[in-house]
Design a protein around this ligand. Structure first.
Ligand SMILES: [Zn+2]
Ligand SMILES: [Zn+2]
Length: 409
């Protein structure tokens, strides 16, 4: 067995024009070492690296020779000990305008590697099998490595008929929605006697007329207050507002946005699946990653959509989204599932990025769609993300009001 204290590693290096030693990449180094051990006189680097195809290495003179210009540069075979950063097998290189990679010299290489290691320790990069991952998508991962999210059941296609979804199906039926406007008002508002209220001199925010005068919609002078917030309106105004909206048996206060009832959206049919990937998001080296995959096919708009009967497109599906698998990530996942069942994650409308009409778009609940390196700002780390997404969910009336069993992440 090798003695760890004396264990050495061979690195092949080339002296560059400025007199600094530059390591060859691990592959080239290994190739040179093998050729050297075989007692070969000269080898072509084209056998190991396409970018170095014009170079030969002569072991007798210990030089690298350019077959194009005949230029020679000295090379050396160096034993480095196991603490040397080059022993990790990684060398840093830069890419020039002619599509060629160049090695940094040993000093610079060590400097970059040190800074890089520090960056990993600062947890600002995604980690895949302990190594930094700079792609916006995680590597392809076999099904056997995907784990379910503890405590959160999958939404399976055959268990669609949950109570909430049945309600949604009913909501898709227009006649059903048209009934019960008075019920909605009586459930979520109470009559106010303006004479004994201190809002006497205020205006109704819906019609901008004084509350003490009549509504501009009709002669009904009734004044109502929403039950979950203190805001007061003409009853006729609130009724008109409700009738001009999706009539989904839900009232949203136009002043403070408090939702009375359960808000449903018009998200078209599709699938939402989620699982745990054995990798870490930037900023969360201590936990795995929850991946959510949304898939919505294109189709024809229903009566609840902006242009019933017209086709809608769906671009960029399946869409992949990421959350850290910790307590907060699981809380957000549970709320996203709730929002999905209420058809609030996506909507049909105009794409803000392409301008296309009648297409499936995000519905103001932001998701992190980049796993590793964040090119478009849709990735971690983002210290404000959780506060923002919880506020966006709450704006849709989606809050964590149930009692859950906590599963330690
Ligand atoms: Zn009014
Ligand atoms: Zn309000």
């Amino acid at each position: 067995m090798a003695d760890n204290t004396t264990w050495k590693f061979v690195v092949w290096e080339r002296l560059n024009k400025t007199g600094k030693w530059c390591p060859y990449s691990a592959d080239v180094s290994q190739f040179l070492e093998q050729s050297y051990k075989k007692d070969l006189d000269e080898v072509s680097l084209s056998d190991v690296d396409e970018n170095l195809k014009i170079y030969n290495v002569n072991f007798k003179d210990m030089v690298q020779i350019s077959t194009a210009t005949g230029t020679k540069s000295t090379i050396r075979r160096r034993m480095c000990n196991k603490d040397d950063l080059l022993c990790s097998g990684f060398t840093w290189q830069w890419h020039d305008d002619h599509d060629v990679w160049h090695s940094y010299d040993v000093e610079v290489n060590n400097f970059i590697e040190k800074a890089h290691t520090a960056a990993i320790n600062n947890s600002t990069v995604a980690l895949v099998n302990g190594r930094p991952w700079f792609h916006s998508r995680p590597p392809h991962t076999p099904q056997s490595l995907l784990k379910p999210v503890p405590g959160i059941d999958p939404i399976s296609a055959c268990s669609r008929k949950t109570k909430e979804e049945e309600k949604v199906l009913k909501l898709a039926n227009y006649e059903e929605m048209d009934t019960g406007i008075e019920d909605v008002l009586s459930e979520y508002t109470k009559e106010v006697n303006l004479d004994i209220s201190n809002s006497k001199d205020e205006d109704c925010i819906i019609c901008c007329e004084p509350l003490s005068g009549g509504s501009s919609y009709d002669d009904d002078c009734s004044i109502v207050q929403l039950k979950l917030c203190p805001h007061i309106f003409h009853k006729s105004c609130l009724l008109a507002m409700y009738n001009s909206g999706p009539k989904d048996k839900c009232l949203q206060c136009p002043v403070c946005k408090k939702i009375h009832g359960v808000k449903y959206g018009i998200q078209p049919p599709g699938d939402m699946i989620y699982h745990i990937l054995p990798y870490s998001l930037p900023g969360y080296p201590e936990c795995d990653t929850i991946r959510i995959i949304y898939d919505i096919p294109s189709g024809t708009q229903g009566p609840e959509h902006p242009m019933p009967g017209k086709k809608y497109t769906s671009r960029g599906f399946p869409r992949h989204c990421f959350l850290p698998d910790n307590e907060m990530g699981r809380k957000v996942l549970r709320l996203l599932i709730k929002a999905w069942k209420r058809r609030l994650i996506f909507t049909i409308g105009r794409s803000s990025t392409t301008g296309e009409e009648n297409t499936v778009t995000w519905n103001e609940i932001h998701h992190k769609t980049e796993f590793g390196y964040s090119r478009r700002g849709h990735g971690f780390p983002d210290p404000n993300y959780f506060n923002n997404v919880l506020a966006e969910l709450e704006a849709h009336g989606v809050v964590d009001d149930d009692v859950y069993m906590w599963y330690p992440a």
